[in-house]
Design a protein around this ligand. Structure first.
Ligand SMILES: C[S@@+](CC[C@H](N)C(=O)[O-])C[C@H]1O[C@@H](n2cnc3c(N)ncnc32)[C@H](O)[C@@H]1O
Length: 186
């Protein structure tokens, strides 16, 4: 069994994971910024954490769903080289003391703004916050349910929040399902 079996498992379970391009992009950012400590919000089954741990000194990753957390725990025990700390909690109810060089937000899209505002306090001065799924599968509001439409509006509001943020500057990248990279303005 190898780490990439985790990708097959996610596909079998129809469980969402970061895209290959998104993962490659994250690895480039980790190298570029010499990231040592990474915080991930939204562990899922542990795929991204297990792949990314090779490139950093440590990863703290948070998963709120107890069933998914248990699957992640098993996968991390099996595939991790020991650099991953897995926490079962709702990230919005958790207080972390540490600072991280890279914060990867890949959780409930409707909460991105709250997550960004909360965890920016855990970002090192030169650190970056990367958010995934900002294109949200390129869905168009006219073709989706009311709930999805509301979610699309929230993602659009979050992008506007990033564009007009006085503290952070953000680049939007058309990679994977749409990513953003935010760093503090100087
Ligand atoms: C897209 S999956 C994460 C995929 C994972 N990063 C990967 O690429 O392998 C999103 C996960 O975020 C979790 N999640 C959503 N909101 C959360 C929150 N407020 N706190 C912690 N986890 C959350 C969900 O339960 C789900 O498992």
């Amino acid at each position: 069994m190898t780490k990439s079996d985790l990708k097959d498992l996610a596909l079998q379970m129809k469980f969402p994971i970061v895209s290959d391009e998104g993962l490659g992009f994250l690895i480039d950012k980790i190298k570029e910024n010499e990231t040592k400590k990474l915080l991930e919000i939204g562990t899922g089954i542990g795929y991204s954490a297990v792949i990314l741990e090779e490139y950093v000194d440590s990863i703290t990753t948070i998963e709120r769903n107890i069933y998914i957390y248990k699957i992640a725990k098993m996968n991390i025990e099996k595939y991790s080289s020991g650099k991953i700390t897995l926490i079962n909690a709702d990230a919005l109810e958790l207080s972390l003391e540490d600072k991280y060089d890279l914060i990867f937000i890949d959780a409930a899209k409707a909460q991105y703004r709250k997550m960004f505002n909360k965890f920016k306090n855990n970002l090192t001065d030169d650190g970056i916050i990367v958010c995934d799924n900002l294109s949200f599968h390129n869905l168009k509001p006219e073709n989706v349910s009311r709930n999805t439409k509301a979610l699309l509006r929230k993602i659009s509001n979050f992008k506007e929040f990033l564009k007009t943020n006085i503290e952070f500057e953000t680049t939007f990248i058309d990679v994977g399902d749409g990513m953003s990279v935010s760093r503090r303005k100087r």
